[in-house]
Each structure stands twice: as structure tokens, then as C-alpha cells.
Ligand binder design. Structure first.
Ligand code: SF4
Length: 364
């Protein structure tokens, strides 16, 4: 791929998915970054018709704040033992803003910044909390290197103007925002209009295909034209800027990097897009999930290497856990969550590091 690549013309359909040998989020490939994806509870105040039955609950199921804080400290201790002292915590639910101790948890995380090389936080939210709550959120996360939000727009419940205005407030306070829209086939064109409304307001929009019940495939019912639009998506705002400036480097919003079997780099804006290309089978690859990343899942409190993995859990939030001593082979046929697929992994035998200074491939 040439150096003077014009990213405005970047065509994801040209990526040679069957020849890729390393995959990962760029921030994880290039830093001593330990990544935590933490589902704080299933409790949600919305009841979207397309939400999976296990995706939400009417019952308040949050763990005590003190247990969350001590688990957070233990994660950092074990990660530091493995040489990682940069952290990315990603909170979701249910609806994470409904955890009663959420702002306290964020203050605790924020206040450890002086002991870390880098810290960032992400939240996936339905954005139903009021603007007053988001003002407190900005204060609670003020020292972090990066704060980002994926806001899911649920048309059945959310007011479009208020949704837009909260995101503009967050952007003005240096919170990176992206709107996720699940493009249900039956309402595709209406949702497309909504996506354009947000796009015109200067907001990033990621179009997500609706997944089947097992989350292994996208549902039937999309026309070819709709699938094309899902695959190409809407230009991300930085991406558009890149066109104007003709940047020679991939812009930061190209979050994912691939290397093919000839050593060429390829890029994608969001791992959410992998499923549109049926690119989710890493069985037999060496994956660093469980070594430099974990997920915490409710309602059972299990701590696992990642959401999709068939491996035994690493432990439980109530009884403790142990990270893997080294990256391990993937034993799972479908790596379906974007939180999982972006964790750096390489085809077995590939002599490329998964983080700076990684020499674990030499041991094989
Ligand atoms: S399913 Fe798990 S082990 Fe396999 S590639 Fe995905 S995150 Fe890694």
C-alpha cells in the first residue's frame, strides 16, 4: 500500500481478509495497554424490541461499589505484574449510568492517573441520563488521557434533538463520541434518515447490522444496496478531515490495523464492521485476550478472556481470578463481539509482536 494513500477513498471491501495474519486495535498494538471490558449489570431503563433477551433486565443487578473498586485495583495489580501499566476500561450494561456507584468508580479510576503511563475510559450508553449527570461525568473523568462514548440511538425511546444536544455538549468537553445505530432491516430507510440527521450535526455515526440470536451472523432481510451501505458506512468526521488534508498516515479514527501475509498494513475504522465481512473466525490463532485484556460479565459475575471465548472463565468477581501467564490459542469458532475481535491476535507462526516489546512468538 503506498505512503500517499488518500484515506477518503479507502475501500474496506479491498481488504484481503483471507490473507490477514495479524489483527488488532492500533492503541493496543502500540502501547503497554491493558484492556478491560466491564458489563456492570443487565439492568436497563429501555426495552428495545430488537434487544436480545439476555442483553437487558428489569431487575437491578449491580454489584456493590466497594467490590467493583477492589476488583478494579486487583486487575491493575495483575496487569502491572505482566508489564502493562496503561489502562483502558470500557463500561457497558444494561445501562451503565444506572449503577449507583458509577461516578465514584470513575473518580477512583481517574485519581490513579499519576501511577499509570496512560489511562482511558469508554462507555456504551443509551444516553438517557440527563445533561446534569453528564456534567458530573466530565468532572469525574477530567484527568484521563482519553474519554469516549458510544451512544446507542434507540428511536423507540430517545428524543432525537436531546440526544444530539447531549453529544454536542460531550464533544465540546473533549469526550469522543460515536453513535451506534442498529440498522434493523424493516426500518432501514427511516434509520438512515436519522443517521444523516446526526451526521449533518457533525457527529460520528456507525451503522451496525442487526445480529441473529446467537450473534454469529447478521440477520436476513437486507437488500444488496443496504448491505453495501452497511459495509462502507458513513464517513467518520476525522476521516473526512483526512480527505481535506490528504494525510499520509492513517487517521486516528481508523482504529483497527491489519497486516497481510506480505507485510502490508490495512485499516478499518471500527471492529464493529468485522461481522459485515464475515470476518470473525480466529480459531487456532494466538490471541492476547486473557493475558492483556479481560471481560467481566453479569449476571453471573464471571471474569473471562473475552465475551465470545469458549475457554473456562479466569475466575469470578466474588471469588477472584488469575490472568493467563501468556497469550493462548483461540479455541472458539466465532469471535463475534467487537470488544473481542479488536484484541491483538496473530495467525500461528506469525513473527509479529502484539504489543511493544512482545517476544512471546519466539517461544513457539
Ligand atoms: S474468540 Fe476469544 S480467543 Fe478467539 S480470537 Fe476472539 S477473543 Fe481471542
Amino acid at each position: 500500500m503506498s505512503d500517499d494513500l488518500n484515506f477518503s477513498d479507502y475501500d474496506f471491501t479491498k481488504i484481503p481478509f483471507d490473507r490477514l495474519v495479524r489483527v488488532g486495535q492500533r492503541s493496543l498494538l502500540g502501547k503497554d495497554l491493558f484492556c478491560v471490558s466491564w458489563l456492570l449489570g443487565r439492568f436497563c431503563n429501555y426495552r428495545c424490541t430488537y434487544c436480545w433477551p439476555y442483553g437487558r433486565s428489569d431487575k437491578k443487578d449491580h454489584r456493590p461499589t466497594e467490590l467493583v473498586l477492589s476488583t478494579l485495583d486487583e486487575i491493575k495489580r495483575q496487569a502491572r505484574d505482566r508489564g502493562f501499566n496503561s489502562f483502558h476500561f470500557s463500561f457497558s450494561g444494561g445501562e451503565p449510568t444506572l449503577h449507583p456507584g458509577y461516578l465514584k468508580i470513575l473518580h477512583h479510576y481517574n485519581d490513579d492517573i499519576k501511577n499509570c503511563n496512560y489511562q482511558s475510559v469508554h462507555m456504551t450508553t443509551n444516553l438517557s441520563a440527563g445533561i446534569g449527570w453528564f456534567k458530573k461525568y466530565v468532572v469525574a473523568t477530567k484527568d484521563l488521557h482519553r474519554v469516549s462514548i458510544t451512544a446507542s440511538f434507540h428511536k423507540e425511546f430517545a428524543n432525537q434533538e436531546q440526544f444530539r444536544d447531549k453529544l454536542i455538549f460531550l464533544q465540546e468537553n473533549k469526550v469522543q463520541t460515536t453513535i451506534n445505530m442498529v440498522m434493523v432491516p424493516e426500518r432501514f430507510e427511516l434509520l438512515w434518515e436519522d443517521a444523516l440527521f446526526f451526521h449533518e450535526a457533525g457527529l460520528n455515526v456507525t451503522l451496525k447490522p442487526q445480529s441473529n440470536k446467537t450473534a454469529t451472523k447478521i440477520v436476513e432481510g437486507y437488500t444488496e444496496g443496504q448491505l453495501d451501505r452497511l459495509q462502507q458506512g458513513m464517513p467518520q468526521r476525522d476521516y473526512t478531515t483526512a480527505r481535506l488534508k490528504k494525510k499520509k498516515q492513517a487517521p486516528p479514527l481508523m482504529q483497527v490495523e491489519f497486516i497481510d501475509d506480505k507485510g502490508n498494513p490495512w485499516y478499518m475504522d471500527q471492529a464493529e464492521r468485522f461481522n459485515c465481512y464475515d470476518f470473525n473466525n480466529f480459531k487456532g490463532w494466538e490471541c492476547s485476550a486473557g493475558y492483556r485484556s479481560i471481560i467481566i460479565r453479569e449476571p453471573d459475575g464471571s471474569i473471562k478472556r473475552s465475551y465470545s471465548c469458549n475457554d473456562e472463565p479466569l475466575g469470578n468477581i466474588e471469588t477472584g481470578f488469575n490472568l493467563f501467564p501468556t497469550p493462548k490459542l483461540c479455541m472458539t469458532p466465532h469471535c463475534v463481539s467487537s470488544a473481542d475481535s479488536k484484541i491483538p491476535k496473530r495467525k500461528l507462526g506469525t513473527k509479529l509482536p502484539l504489543w511493544p516489546g512482545d517476544k512471546t512468538f519466539e517461544a513457539r
